[in-house]
Design a protein around this ligand. Structure first.
Ligand SMILES: O[C@@H]1[C@@H](O)[C@H](O[C@@H]2CO[C@@H](O[C@@H]3CO[C@@H](O)[C@H](O)[C@H]3O)[C@H](O)[C@H]2O)OC[C@H]1O
Length: 474
């Protein structure tokens, strides 16, 4: 087998035959995320807190088991059975490099990544390696695992140097693997100047190319993979590259402006938002990959009788998005494969040891809206509204829209900082306390909650994905 490569607007195989990559992201695995696995704050915080409560060895054991159970052969077999052919694998740089020991590769970092790439390959599934978390944090959100909203990656050259170094090491390791469809060097950059991201891509491109001339690169646009407007002629310096948008539709979230009925205006707005993200590529005949998209879903325990109706609406959004993508023969990767029940194609059963251990805690997190993703802040809005009012009243309007505006409006900025960073920090230790006194065997059982056999399937979502995976002939 030979490498996939980018040819004009298409991804092709060795016979120049078009390959449309359709699949999902393995979110919350090698880069754990709060709403995906149920903890508050960031991964580095909960890892430290758990080590304090159960000790370093037991804590490492738990996380290693979590990684093992989260994706196994049964997951790959199921994924393939849906007709999907590609998994985007987000990972955290901390698996490969310790902040206290920079530029020293941790060989153990490859253990699970190699394992899952091989599992996928055995089932004929391509993988795309996505550096979701870079030193210093390349974006302003929780998934950059920096614990702050300042994306310091852009302010310190050394963070960038270390990331270039890491990609060189990764490319050396994976250069011969043809089941890897390509490298996605940086998830969702948010560079307020819009120029440093291009300089960084120049550097990472030439460093990877020195050791690996084969694999395609999938480059995210700035501002959460939505904005290529400052990229100019940069593509002329980069070969074998696809450009990645993240196409979350506002209609797929609780904050939608109105119920989604698939009306003409709504579909136009959905399409327009997608087209805007890919304008730069379309003007130049470049290849587009939709690296993240997809609605979130209602849960009976929180949304009660409205659950089915809300989810039908979300499936409508999903179908209409796929309609657009099919017409464009777009490659896509829906977010996300597995979680605890908000967005995943499969999700951990509520009766498992992990979910019963955290039942009350998760309900509290939900009530306080301390995860930002799709947050429903209706029960705590009155607490934060005075802060929004104060800024609105005291700060001249021309200074109210701080970057990453317009993705972050004033309300979402206050929510992100006050709830998702500040309040959630106070719940990190209480999360870890749930594990106090647990034996190694008990930790194993809790981690096993994430295995395929302990998961339920979101059949409505999976059916729509399968139907559409076969709609566009390769
Ligand atoms: O790890 C993922 C993460 O990659 C993803 O990040 C969010 C992507 O969406 C951003 O906002 C959207 C930007 O485009 C507009 O059109 C949408 O309406 C917005 O929702 C958001 O700020 C990022 O954090 O999200 C899920 C994580 O699990």
């Amino acid at each position: 087998m030979a490498y996939l490569k980018v040819s004009g607007t298409k991804i092709v195989d060795q016979n120049n035959k078009e390959v449309i990559l359709r699949g999902a992201g393995l979110g919350g695995w090698l880069n754990m995320e709060n709403f995906i696995s149920g903890y508050p704050g960031c991964e580095f915080q909960i890892r430290a807190a758990l080590a304090e409560v159960v000790g370093k060895d037991k804590s490492e054991f738990f996380f290693d088991k979590f990684l093992e159970y989260f994706f196994q052969d049964a997951d790959a077999a199921f994924f393939k059975s849906l007709g999907l052919n590609c998994i985007r694998i987000p990972f955290n740089y901390r698996h490969f490099e310790d902040d206290m020991n920079p530029r020293v590769l941790k060989p153990e970092g490859f253990k699970h990544l190699d394992r899952v790439i091989t599992l996928c390959a055995n089932h004929g599934i391509y993988t795309i390696l996505d550096l979701h978390t870079a030193p210093g944090g390349q974006n302003t959100d929780w998934h950059a695992d920096a614990g702050t909203h300042i994306a310091n990656f852009w302010n310190h050259k050394d963070f960038q140097d270390r990331t270039v170094w890491l990609w060189e090491e990764l490319a050396k390791h994976y250069v011969g693997n043809t089941w890897i469809a390509g490298y996605n060097p940086l998830n969702e950059p948010t560079d307020p100047y819009h120029t440093r991201v291009i300089d960084f891509y120049d550097r990472v491109y030439s460093t990877i190319r020195k050791v690996d001339p084969h694999h395609a690169l999938f480059l995210d646009g700035n501002t959460f993979a939505s904005d290529f407007s400052h990229f100019g002629d940069a593509h002329k310096r980069w070969e074998n590259c696809a450009y990645s948008i993240h196409d979350y539709s506002v209609y797929g979230f609780p904050a939608a402006p109105e119920p989604y009925v698939s009306g003409e205006d709504q579909r136009r707005r959905m399409r327009r938002s997608y087209e805007r993200k890919r304008e730069w590529m379309d003007a130049r005949g470049l290849c587009v990959w939709n690296g993240e998209w997809g609605p979130v879903y209602a849960r009976r325990e929180y949304d009660g009788q409205r659950t089915e109706a809300i989810n039908e609406e979300r499936y409508r959004v999903l179908r209409d998005q796929l309609d657009i993508y099919n017409k464009d023969r777009l490659s896509w990767s829906i977010w996300t494969y597995k979680d605890i029940g908000y967005q995943g194609m499969v999700y951990v059963n509520r009766e498992t040891p992990y979910m019963t251990l955290f039942r009350d805690f998760l309900a509290q997190k939900q009530r306080l809206a301390i995860d930002a993703w799709g947050a429903d802040d209706s029960q705590v809005r009155h607490i934060y509204q005075p802060l929004i009012d104060l800024i609105t009243k005291e700060v001249p309007s021309e200074y109210q829209n701080l970057y990453p505006f317009p993705v972050w409006k004033l309300e979402s900025r206050v929510g992100r900082l006050a709830r998702n960073i500040l309040v959630s920090e106070f719940f990190v230790k209480p999360w870890a306390e749930h594990f106090r006194g647990k034996s190694v065997e008990e930790l194993d059982v809790i981690a096993r909650s994430f295995s395929f056999e302990n998961c339920l399937h979101r059949d409505g979502l999976n059916k729509i994905l399968t139907d559409n995976a076969s709609l566009v002939a390769e």
